[in-house]
Design a protein. Structure first.
Length: 728
């Protein structure tokens, strides 16, 4: 079998970029060991391919594979050259010289670089390109990309506007646990390092021309006769939610239904648009069809913004139009690889962009899996078989990655996609026509949008009903990257090898079993205790053999993000027991968990004799292999046992409190201010998690104590004991 030599070289480039995963993807300062690991991997893979390919797949010269390995090495170097580095940031250099920039209010002037998005809190967020930074005493010309959070929406602003904002500059820190959203990393991926909290727009000026004005006019046309939510949803289904301020509640509803691809400008929209353009120009010459297609395609790319998914579709669509003019056949897989290479030459960091990954995986799934699925559905009419096969083929390839990234599976996404195939096409195409016609005849465009609103309303109603069904979203334990590679390795072997194709049924069933095992078995075989610092009080999660209890001891929400992230990544949607402290006779802590997770049993530490949910001293509760009880009320002493290991949570101590009971050997979790010399000599704990700082504490040098201010989130497992899980 002959293979395009260019495809091998493109593959080497993409593979080289992918191997940067060995140092964590976007990493401005990889260590020498990490460089050696990546170089070793390239060398090993090159040697392996030289040995395997001629024997089992394609006949080719070893020199071609060596060249591909060299390109992989160059790709790694290019990736590192393009990786944003804090040390090269002009604003960072300025903050080193002017430390007050991060302490006092300043003004920034420049251009709004993205469509402002309204959060559920009422605040707006957007990207901003600064041109001038002004302090109380001085003005600095500086080019820097900032992430803006605008507290008060005093006036309407949009992408492309010039504005002057007042607020405070800040540099986010990485989280102290591996589960939480890393805002600093997110900024770095977008070539930024600083955020800006703004409380006032001092001035703004809209551009009279430009693509943002056209985009705004299309959105206004959709809103002419439709209510705001439906109009915004229609605009998102035409232009993509990245350039439309789609309400968070609507977006999350669409995500839960597994229909997020309909509000993300993607290949689906390009295919729809090009197909309709080809139909309109079907009686014209091939050149006219080409010019019409390229013009519409270019205009749509400008409208939706330079997103990886839309650029991929545009490149492939443009290549298809070129092949039509030249009367040449196109190899779809080679074209897909070429599109990936071109985009990654433009921005190599996109290799770690989830939108980029999903776009190419879905397209790869359609190119490789659609035909076999259609053949299996030969008992139904061809049109219906295609409607069923398209979402199945795409979903098979993106489902493992979605489970890896989000730890949740939209159970009814494939049936909904099949059911909505025609309505989605009608609504999206109708929205496009509405916008295009409305640019010239606004009232007619608005009328078309109003008619499109009927099927859109029906879709919205059905999506709400489906999402409300039991098990519409399944929480699953996080996959390890090695498990993800095994899953995709099996899928590739089924597609790529004759043996895999012969054994496709067995391998397919085995793959399903393996996928479920990876997601479910981990939940029932895990034993760990995780302690978060919520202010100066601990919050503890015990996860033992499928059972989960949470001890939540603070009203503060500083730990909320970490707590949610941990539970989501662990695939926990149901908490078997939630224990909350009673702050006073009339005040019980309102848990941040109650509105998000199903809670089987809830207990309060207190002295109310009339309520069975109040834990009384020495009233032991047992959930699976976890036992817990209150040993003492003043000061609060909570005991948790996992097998032979004991954990004690000690509340705030006061001078008039009775002495502590004599305790058996175990781990102590408390604020360090509660530990004095007498208590330390009395308890002699096996280990300590101190919720606070070691500063000026007499136990500061003790090696068995973990301090949450420095060590972040602390985890205990039977094999490792106490360890800090804060990212290094």
């Amino acid at each position: 079998m002959n293979i395009n030599h260019g495809a091998i070289l493109c593959f080497g480039y993409v593979l080289g970029l992918f191997l940067t995963c060995l140092w964590g993807g976007i990493n401005a300062n990889p260590t020498v060991l990490q460089w050696v690991t990546v170089l070793g991997a390239i060398t090993a893979l090159t040697g392996l391919l030289i040995w395997i390919l001629p024997r089992h797949f394609w006949q080719m010269r070893a020199q071609l594979v060596l060249n591909s390995g060299l390109i992989a090495l160059l790709a790694v170097s290019y990736f590192q050259f393009r990786t944003p580095n804090l040390a090269r940031s002009p604003l960072f250099q300025l903050t080193q010289e002017e430390a007050t920039l991060l302490k006092y209010p300043i003004e920034i002037s420049g251009k709004i670089a993205s469509q402002p998005r309204t959060k559920s809190t009422g605040k707006q967020t957007f990207w901003f390109t600064t041109e001038i930074l002004t302090t109380k005493f001085e003005q600095f010309p500086i080019q820097e990309k900032l992430y803006i959070t605008l507290d008060e929406i005093e006036q309407e602003i949009k992408a492309g506007d010039n504005a002057t904002l007042q607020g405070r500059l800040y540099q986010p820190k990485s989280p102290k646990d591996p589960w939480s959203f890393d805002f600093a990393k997110y900024l770095q991926k977008n070539n930024a390092f600083f955020g800006f909290k703004s409380w006032k727009i001092l001035s703004s000026q809209s551009s009279s021309f430009g693509i943002s004005r056209v985009r705004e006019k299309i959105i206004n046309i959709h809103q002419r006769f439709l209510d705001p939510d439906k109009a915004t949803l229609l605009s998102a289904m035409v232009l993509g939610q990245k350039v439309v301020d789609l309400p968070e509640s609507l977006y999350h509803l669409w995500v839960k239904a597994g229909l997020a691809y309909t509000v993300a400008a993607s290949g689906f929209h390009v295919s729809l648009l090009l197909g309709f353009t080809q139909w309109l120009t079907r009686k014209k010459t091939v050149k006219m069809q080409f010019y019409a297609g390229v013009t519409i395609l270019s205009f749509y790319v400008l409208l939706t913004g330079f997103q990886p998914s839309i650029l991929r579709a545009a490149l492939m669509g443009g290549a298809g139009l070129t092949a039509l003019v030249l009367d040449r056949q196109v190899k779809p897989l080679s074209l897909l690889l070429l599109a990936a290479t071109l985009l990654l030459l433009y921005n190599p960091l996109w290799i770690w962009d989830l939108g980029f990954q999903l776009s190419f995986l879905a397209t790869f799934g359609l190119l490789t899996t659609l035909d076999p699925i259609q053949k299996k559905l030969d008992f139904v009419p061809p049109t219906i078989a295609t409607v069923i096969a398209i979402p199945m083929a795409a979903s098979l390839w993106i489902l493992p990655l979605l489970a890896y990234e989000f730890n949740v599976i939209a159970t009814y996404s494939i049936p909904l996609s099949i059911l909505f195939s025609l309505p989605i096409a009608i609504v999206s195409l109708g929205g496009m026509l509405s916008g295009a016609i409305g640019l010239f005849i606004p009232i007619l465009g608005g009328a078309i949008a109003y008619l499109v609103g009927f099927p859109l309303s029906a879709m919205l109603w059905l999506v709400e009903k489906v999402v409300a069904l039991p098990a519409s979203n399944l929480s699953v334990a996080s996959l390890h990257w090695s498990q993800l590679m095994i899953i995709y390795g099996i899928m590739l072997s089924i597609w790529l090898t004759k043996w895999g194709q012969r054994q496709s049924k067995i391998l397919g069933l085995g793959l399903c079993f393996l996928f479920v095992s990876f997601l479910v078995v981990k939940h029932y075989t895990t034993t760990k205790i995780v302690v978060f610092a919520a202010g100066d009080q601990p919050t503890l999660i015990a996860q033992v053999n499928g059972k989960t209890i949470v001890f939540e001891s603070s009203l503060e929400k500083s730990v909320e993000s970490s707590l949610f992230s941990f539970l989501d990544q662990a695939g926990i949607s149901e908490i078997d027991a939630l224990v909350k402290p009673q702050k006073s006779e009339d005040l019980i802590v309102d848990s941040v968990l109650e509105n998000r997770y199903k809670i089987e049993d809830e207990y309060v530490t207190g002295i109310n004799q009339d309520d069975s949910h109040y834990l009384q001293p020495f009233e032991q509760k047992k959930i699976g292999n976890i036992r817990f009880q209150i040993l003492q009320e003043k000061p609060l002493l909570f005991e948790l046992r996992v097998a032979e290991n004991t954990f004690y949570i000690l509340g705030d101590c006061h001078a008039d409190d009775p002495p502590l009971l004599e305790l058996s050997k175990g781990y102590l979790i408390t604020n360090p201010k509660n530990i004095d010399l007498k208590l330390w000599e009395t308890l002699k704990p096996q280990g300590v998690i101190a919720i606070g700082s070691r500063r000026d504490h007499f136990l500061a040098a003790n090696s068995i104590i973990y301090w949450t201010d420095e060590d972040g989130v602390i985890q205990w497992t039977p094999k490792q004991g106490l360890i800090s899980v804060a990212p290094k």
